[in-house]
Design a protein around this ligand. Structure first.
Ligand SMILES: *Cc1c(COP(=O)(O)O)cnc(C)c1O
Length: 380
């Protein structure tokens, strides 16, 4: 099956018990055992739940993995994946990973003895040099947030395999519609299902997909032991969102193209960051490893002191954290998602005070552009 058919028919697409084409929400916490000796598939819903299992098998199918696991948030998925490691183990971590991932690494996992070394994963020689004895994994995102920088997954996978370390990729920004890290050599993919997978800004969820049965066994053990599982209701909602991922992404990207063309000719905009622009340093690698370039755009205002005036004037586009929803969402990383990073470090990393991140929604593109246009014109 091709990808868009898999979105709808992949995994367990019908309820085994009734044939219902929409998997029912099984809210039961426990399951009746006919005999003491009965060895049942379902015993207790933290260990396994039919609705969650349908979502997990769908995600394994979409990322071409051996197995998948659903969690109560992207952060819970990442926490459980980090729990594969033990005190003293070192993990190489990309320099622009999600802020919550940094917080989890530095303020939580470090206290349990894990060590983290930050590397710019676009630089392969630096990745290679950082993998010293004691390093057990490399963890990265591509494209990154909010600068949309791209790292070469196939080349990093070669290094990881050579040095015998696990490669973990947060695929939230690209979604499996545009990028399949396991096919390029990664071992584990994580997602915030809250973003493009769910797609409607109406749930918080996380996913981990693994390539290999052995890691799957370990992660199944950890999922059950730590217990940060996704509820049956949210599993159902996430599955429902995933079915339209392809349809949504096509419109997201068509709209993003129109918005970029508009921003590029605007006198109010100094710089547009998008891996799909031929002038962007990430363009060639993005073209090689992604099916499309997505609908996340960052741009800098010509006058960075006008950022607040600009975003406050928007009418349809929502000023909000998060991304990947059907509605266009805009945010100012320096004040919002990346506000906790000290200013000097933030500026050094390329996140200026005037940077704006736009998650282009699936409204009519003319309306998105008209909203940007009226907000820009109000600055005169
Ligand atoms: C939002 C996000 C996360 C965290 O996911 P939650 O569902 O909010 O816990 C992790 N990685 C990326 C890239 C994200 O955008």
């Amino acid at each position: 099956m091709k990808f868009n058919s898999k979105l709808i028919h992949g995994g367990i697409s019908e309820d085994e018990a009734t044939g219902a084409v929409s998997i029912p929400v099984y809210r039961a916490s426990t399951y009746h055992k006919p005999f003491l000796s009965s060895n049942l598939k379902w015993e207790y819903s933290r260990s396994g739940n039919p609705t969650r299992a349908a979502l997990e098998s769908l995600m394994a199918d979409l990322e071409n993995g051996a197995d998948a696991f659903a969690f109560s948030s992207g952060s819970a998925a990442i926490h459980t994946v980090f729990s594969l490691f033990s005190a003293g183990d070192e993990i190489i971590i990309g320099k622009d990973v999600y802020g919550g991932t940094f917080r989890l690494a530095n303020q939580v996992m470090k206290r349990f003895g894990l060590k983290f070394t930050v590397v710019d994963t676009r630089k392969l020689d630096e990745v290679s040099a950082a993998i010293k004895p004691g390093v057990k994994a490399i963890y990265l995102e591509t494209p990154t947030n909010p600068l949309l920088e791209v790292s070469d997954l196939a080349e990093i996978a070669k290094i990881a395999q050579e040095k015998n370390v696990l490669m973990i990729v947060d695929n939230t920004f690209a979604s499996p519609y545009n990028q399949k890290p396991l096919d390029l050599g990664a071992d584990i993919v994580v997602h915030s299902g809250t973003k493009y997978l769910g797609g409607h800004s109406d749930l918080v969820a996380g996913i981990a997909v693994v390539k290999d049965e052995k890691i799957a066994e370990k992660l199944a053990f950890l999922q059950n032991s730590i217990g940060s599982v996704l509820s049956p209701d949210d599993s159902w909602l996430l599955m429902r969102g995933i079915k339209t991922l392809g349809a949504r992404m096509r419109i997201h990207e068509e709209n993003a193209q129109a918005v970029i063309a508009y921003l590029l000719q605007s006198k109010y905009v100094k710089k547009v960051l998008y891996p799909g622009l031929k002038t962007n340093p990430s363009f060639e690698i993005a073209k090689k490893q992604m099916k499309g370039f997505g609908a996340m755009i960052s741009f800098e205002l010509a006058d960075e002191y006008q950022v607040a005036d600009f975003v406050n004037k928007l009418r349809m586009i929502s000023l909000a954290e998060s991304l990947g929803g059907i509605e266009s969402l805009i945010e100012v990383p320096a004040v919002m998602t990346h506000g906790f990073i000290p200013r000097e470090i933030r500026l050094k990393n390329g996140i200026s005070d005037g940077l704006i991140r736009l998650s282009v929604g699936i409204e009519d593109k003319e309306d998105i552009i008209a909203d940007l246009d009226q907000a820009f014109k109000s600055l005169d």
